[in-house]
Design a protein around this ligand. Structure first.
Ligand code: ZN
Length: 682
């Protein structure tokens, strides 16, 4: 769906091909927090917070409060018993008097950490129910021994009764097995445990919204139907419970509005103030027309340093793809990294002119896209603890077409992934020798970020079709070839003296890190994400293998790249980086020709020969070696703590950051400090 696919997918391959960016690595900063189940919790650094003015710091402070106050909303959206479950587990976790050294206790601790991470009882990524590994007997005893006044007991309910209510919710795999069910042929509304519908069938929900759309006179500028509500059926009547102040989740929204009002009082400029005020208006009315007005104001706010997302935004959690989960991110522009993308864009015409493609395929007037690079200051709702490394909003198609979108990459999060991955054994296992490891260590992050910038800001926008060529001529192979074209543009130019001249790459050697990463990933390591026996499907993965395997073939006669064998293991070894650049240039020229001429047959042959099939022996080897590293497949973050210092009159005089809070500590504090909703919301 909506979020910038290129960037989003990059986030899936962080370990092996991480876009990063310039930064001063702070050796003392501890990026790792803890590891449990299939998860790893990291910590990110809010780089350059000190650069902000006091008013900007206040703005960040107020906005992060507005962000954290929405937490309970997401728990309830993810499932109607999640808040009660969280309260139950936290009561046991904090008050347990029994032996904390048993296997049952360890399993309980893992379980509560998983529930926190998922913002509910279903896995954040797979949406499958998380099953406890402790016994029901252990749980029953722990519950009965807990402080009953802190349990979410309903009017007149005994602990025994509550136990029989909560036990199947936790332990029975057939009760609410999936948060978002998208299986064909099933009633996906009835069979999804997410709390976006209550008492309605899929057919009823679809009919409800079809009728609403048909009745809307604004066909050109449609609202995002159903975005901010739960659809319920009561006494035979179907209606929306709208998320707004005074409506569903009103208690949480009231708090959010309170802090947004404070934020508006220190807005950087009138445009930003208008954005915040419109959002408040919308939170009060629940009117989706106002939400669109807000989105348009937001997309046009390009001058403010501080920016934010706060609201019902992405609809991945709704099986019908209409209703949005609540999320928030507060961020500010990374001036140094944004300067880099501006420089690249300003020189777009030079890059176009000097590329190795045929003159007939070059654009006369090319304008680079400036991607904003941001520093995340807080992650919340559906962006916490697990988050994307890029944001591309708004989602409304007509607003994107008429007003554009904001596309940003979150630099300090990428950086935290990179830093945390150091020493995880991956490079030791897969990189050929210390020479390449040193290159990656020194330049991997810089060139990774630069590769992404060149790909996004220049690659996709370069070149032109010959007159009369159908833009869809490459059909099913179009997106693989398009990604390959953008990647090759980046690979060709990352080795260009122009980048050293512009001062955005430190020297003429640094590009080698990117080349090594590209070849290792494309020929070998990305295979760890493919199940045994499967082909490569995803277009970015196809693109990477296409480039690598084809380059390998083109350089064979000169032994440019080899798969060296040592102790029975294979390693990528690049013998001639200069020649490899020439090969990338050749490939770029050919892919551009295929695109410009719409040569479907040539494109199909390349994709089928190089991009799809996997060498089963090599695949098996990569999977085994990767498995042995025991890396966590999913990662998330704890937030820093923002402290506001005030004078005698209560005016904020300074905002400081504290990074010492642990994972459980933070979750428990959030549950206490930012609790806004009752355990049951029906
Ligand atoms: Zn792309």
């Amino acid at each position: 769906m909506k979020k910038n696919l290129c960037i989003m997918l990059a986030s899936l391959s962080l370990l092996s091909c991480a876009p990063g960016a310039e930064k001063e690595a702070t050796a003392e900063f501890d990026y790792t927090v803890e590891r449990f189940a299939d998860l790893e919790v990291l910590r990110y650094q809010v780089t350059d917070f000190d650069e902000l003015t006091l008013d900007q710091k206040k703005l960040v402070y107020y906005l992060q409060e507005a962000a954290l106050y929405g937490r309970d909303i997401l728990f309830d959206q993810n499932g109607k018993w999640n808040l009660a479950l969280r309260q139950t587990l936290e009561t046991i976790y904090t008050g347990y008097q029994g032996d904390r050294n048993t296997a049952d206790w360890a399993a309980f601790e893992t379980y509560i950490k998983q529930i926190w991470f998922a913002n509910g009882m279903h896995h954040h990524y797979s949406s499958d129910k998380i099953m406890p590994a402790f016994s029901q007997e252990f749980f029953a005893e722990a519950l009965k021994a807990a402080d009953a006044t802190k349990l979410p007991l309903r009017e007149g309910e005994t602990v025994e009764q509550f136990l029989s209510f909560i036990t199947p919710i936790m332990f029975d795999p057939t009760v609410m097995p999936k948060r978002t069910n998208q299986a064909d042929g099933e009633d996906v509304v009835k069979t999804s445990a997410g709390n976006y519908y209550d008492g309605v069938t899929q057919a009823e929900a679809e009919a409800f919204y079809a009728q609403m759309k048909a009745a809307d006179p604004n066909k050109e500028t449609p609202i995002s139907y159903g975005l901010n509500s739960r659809l319920v059926k009561r006494d035979g009547k179907i209606y929306e419970e709208v998320y707004k102040q005074g409506g569903r989740y009103g208690q949480a929204i009231e708090k959010i509005v309170y802090w947004l009002e404070k934020a508006a009082s220190v807005a950087e400029n009138d445009q930003q103030r208008a954005v915040i005020e419109k959002l408040i208006e919308y939170y009060k009315s629940g009117d989706l027309k106002q939400f669109d007005e807000y989105a348009i104001l937001w997309v046009n706010d390009l001058d403010s340093r501080v920016d934010f997302v706060n609201g019902f935004t992405e609809s991945y959690g709704d099986p019908l793809g209409m209703k949005a989960s609540w999320e928030a991110v507060v961020n500010f522009k990374n001036l140094k990294a944004s300067h880099r993308t501006e420089l690249i864009s300003q020189n777009a015409q030079w890059f176009e002119q000097n590329s190795p493609t045929d003159a007939r395929f070059k654009k006369e007037n090319v304008t680079g896209v400036t991607a904003k690079v941001i520093t995340a200051a807080i992650l919340a709702g559906d962006c916490y603890p697990s988050t994307a490394i890029g944001i591309n909003l708004p989602n409304s198609n007509w607003i994107r077409a008429a007003h554009g979108s904001k596309s940003v990459t979150i630099d300090n999060i990428t950086d935290a992934y990179n830093q945390a991955a150091k020493g995880n054994g991956f490079n030791e296992e897969f990189v050929y020798s210390d020479v390449e490891r040193k290159l990656l260590e020194e330049y991997g992050a810089i060139t990774g970020g630069l590769h992404t910038d060149l790909h996004e800001c220049l690659g996709h926008g370069s070149g032109k079709l010959l007159p009369g060529v159908d833009p869809d001529a490459l059909k099913a192979h179009g997106s693989t070839l398009e990604e390959a074209r953008a990647d090759l543009f980046a690979l060709y130019y990352i080795a260009d003296a122009k980048l050293v001249e512009l001062g955005i790459i430190p020297n003429a050697e640094a590009y080698k890190a990117c080349y090594y990463q590209q070849m290792m990933n494309g020929l070998m390591t990305q295979l760890h994400r493919i199940e045994p026996g499967k082909d490569i499907e995803e277009s970015h993965m196809r693109d990477r293998q296409l480039i690598a395997a084809w380059a390998y073939d083109l350089g064979k006669a000169d032994n440019v790249i080899e798969l060296a064998v040592r102790d029975g293991k294979r390693y990528v070894k690049i013998n001639d980086y200069d020649k490899l650049r020439t090969i990338f240039g050749q490939q770029l020229a050919e892919i551009q020709r295929i695109k410009s001429e719409g040569d479907y047959e040539a494109g199909r042959q390349l994709v089928e020969k190089y991009a799809v099939k996997v060498d089963p022996e090599l695949h098996k080897e990569v999977l085994e070696r990767y498995e042995a590293l025991n890396l966590a497949p999913y990662k998330g973050f704890v937030n820093p703590v923002y402290n506001a210092e005030t004078d005698a009159e209560g005016n904020i005089t300074a905002v400081t950051l504290d990074y010492t809070e642990g994972y459980a500590e933070q979750m428990l504090r959030y549950s206490e400090q930012y609790r806004t909703l009752p355990a049951y919301n029906d």
